[in-house]
Write a protein that binds this ligand. Structure first.
Ligand SMILES: *Cc1c(COP(=O)(O)O)cnc(C)c1O
Length: 221
């Protein structure tokens, strides 16, 4: 499918397209950039930093993969959004590094929705623990902005299961919004949907889809 077709579908739901360029060369990114795409997602810190140095400055880089605290410092100067915050420790580290650069970094809370062991993310208990911690001392977190949630569905052919998992993330978003951010217009993102399931995700309320192989072709690495 073409970039334009995918973009049209995503925009018809008033959602944003994050073009996931992991393992792909900068020439592929430049090509999509030339067609107007500005938001790109990478899952590894080093790869993102290397590509950023070689590409136009107005690209918005989203970190979508698991992030180790000791690597936050490398992306803090420029990253536009971090989708994969799954611990208080990581949230504190992002706050610390963002403060050094006098930035406010939007973050998403990665929530565990899949029915398998292999996906990262906060379970219910650790989610509430993180939110209570944050809300009890918001002024200590003035350099991050909790902008929403992110989740990944199970790796399965079962469309109904995927739909249910995405709905459960939408439900969690609504619960968090009501309970913790009722007045914050900035808490608004539900990052869900990849190449194989983005249409299900959009129908379930996604505001941001992360699409790689459908745009750039299959990954071999
Ligand atoms: C790789 C990746 C994607 C995109 O996957 P595709 O199936 O290639 O669209 C989305 N989200 C995360 C977190 C990823 O690591």
């Amino acid at each position: 499918m073409s970039y334009t077709q995918i973009l049209q579908t995503v925009q018809s739901y008033h959602a944003q397209l994050v073009a996931v360029s992991k393992t792909k060369p900068v020439s592929d990114i430049q090509q999509l950039y030339n067609q107007g795409q500005r938001v790109f997602g990478e899952n590894k810190v080093q790869e993102m930093c290397e590509k950023k140095a070689l590409l136009p400055d107005d690209i918005k880089w989203h970190l979508i993969g698991h992030l180790q605290t000791n690597k936050v410092k490398f992306i803090a100067p420029f990253v536009s959004m971090i989708h994969s915050v799954d611990s208080i420790k990581l949230m504190q580290e992002i706050e610390k590094e963002a403060a050094k650069h006098q930035r406010i970094i939007p973050i998403l809370l990665q929530i565990y929705i899949a029915n398998e062991d292999t996906k990262f993310g906060l379970d219910n208990t650790s989610l509430i623990e993180l939110l209570d911690y944050y809300i009890s001392d918001v002024t200590a977190f003035s350099h991050i902005q909790i902008a929403g949630v992110m989740g990944m569905a199970s790796f399965t052919e079962n469309q109904e299961q995927i739909r249910q998992e995405f709905r459960s993330l939408s439900d969690k978003f609504n619960f968090i919004k009501q309970s913790y951010f009722p007045l914050q217009q900035t808490f608004k993102e539900i990052s869900m949907g990849m190449s194989s399931d983005y249409e299900i995700a959009l129908a379930a309320g996604s505001t941001m889809v992360r699409i790689g192989s459908l745009l750039f072709g299959a990954r071999h690495a």
